[in-house]
Design a protein. Structure first.
Length: 340
């Protein structure tokens, strides 16, 4: 179901984050009538207000945990990008209930308000850490996805199309490893990696925006979309940045796994690959719309292709050091750092 962006009023929850601010700038080039930013941080909102300097951007102080502040921002919106979340793996390990309050309960508040206000479409942003999750952040995002699917299943006749996008690490997003590595290299400090064989998907902020737009343009309610992405080892990423910024390979220091960290990430589980539709650059996983009235017995199950496996950062396209360099040069922030 195509959702029209031009001329719409678009709400971005968590709109002062890396994704939200990139999406806001993109939407302003698309002829939107209004972009609404809902977030808790008034300092970041003030900085964003001055950076954008566009009267079409409206700021709402609030928290997705609070249904009243969500309702204020949602009322009159046509589309919602739901990006508000607690995203840091270690902090969620120590404060899991905070992740529950924001990532699960807050998402439910956004979805409920969207349906009540007949918003045309909602795209919820998820993460590869939601697949076979081993940490609190991934578990809370997995339950966010299940919450979105439950709303989609329960309100299939509503005017609101609900979709989920799942993506891997967004390069140079706030709190990500690339700006950390660059800072360490420039200051002559050790470049700290947790395991040289660890792999991570590599996606730019622009590509994450494309994924969300693709969802708005193509989603049926309850759809999950994944954008295919290359990956690299953490060691190759560190070496690429060291070579680009004139550091020393001896700077690399292995510090071991952090709380809740995985050796590799998955964007689709085996079970999802069975149902997934391959659309070239994207996977689409449709909603399982069955209700709880199962038959007592199944005479015939669903066949599963034995060669299918999870779509992971270990088995996707693997970039070597030179490939990582070429990809990094497409990131405006990296080019800016090189020019300094």
């Amino acid at each position: 179901m195509t959702q029209k962006i031009d001329g719409s009023t678009v709400l971005i929850t968590g709109g002062t984050g890396s994704f939200g601010s990139t999406m806001a700038r993109h939407l302003l080039t698309r002829g939107v009538e209004e972009v609404r930013i809902l977030s808790r941080d008034e300092a970041k909102q003030d900085a964003m207000r001055h950076a954008l300097g566009d009267s079409r951007v409206k700021f709402y102080i609030g928290d997705t945990r609070d249904p009243e502040s969500v309702e204020r921002a949602v009322r009159g919106s046509n589309l919602i990008f739901h990006a508000a979340a607690l995203k840091q793996v270690p902090s969620a390990e120590f404060f899991p209930l905070e992740a529950v309050k924001t990532n699960i309960n807050g998402s439910a508040n956004v979805l409920r308000s969207a349906i009540e206000n007949e918003v045309s479409g909602v795209v919820c942003l998820s993460t590869d850490k939601a697949v076979y999750p081993i940490n609190a952040m991934g578990m809370s995002k997995a339950l966010m996805e299940k919450t979105a699917m439950a709303f989609a299943r329960d309100y299939q006749d509503s005017k609101t199309t609900i979709a989920v996008t799942r993506y891997g690490n967004v390069m140079y997003s706030r709190g990500s490893v690339i700006p950390l590595f660059i800072s360490q290299i420039k200051s002559g400090k050790p470049v700290t990696i947790t395991d040289p064989t660890m792999t991570r998907f590599l996606m730019s902020l622009a590509e994450s925006v494309d994924l969300v737009e693709y969802a708005f343009s193509n989603a049926e309610t309850g759809d999950l979309f994944v954008r295919k992405a290359p990956a690299s080892t953490i060691q190759d990423l560190a070496i690429a940045l060291i070579e680009m910024f004139g550091g020393n390979a001896n700077q690399i220091q292995n510090i071991g796994f952090r709380h809740g960290e995985k050796l590799y990430e998955s964007l689709l589980s085996v079970e999802e690959r069975v149902k997934a539709e391959d659309r070239g650059g994207y996977f689409r996983v449709p909603l399982d719309a069955r209700d709880l009235n199962y038959s007592l017995f199944f005479e015939q199950g669903e066949s599963r292709a034995p060669e299918l496996e999870s779509y992971t950062s270990h088995n996707t396209e693997r970039l070597d050091v030179e490939g990582v360099k070429q990809l990094l040069l497409t990131i405006p922030e990296v080019r800016q750092e090189l020019a300094r």
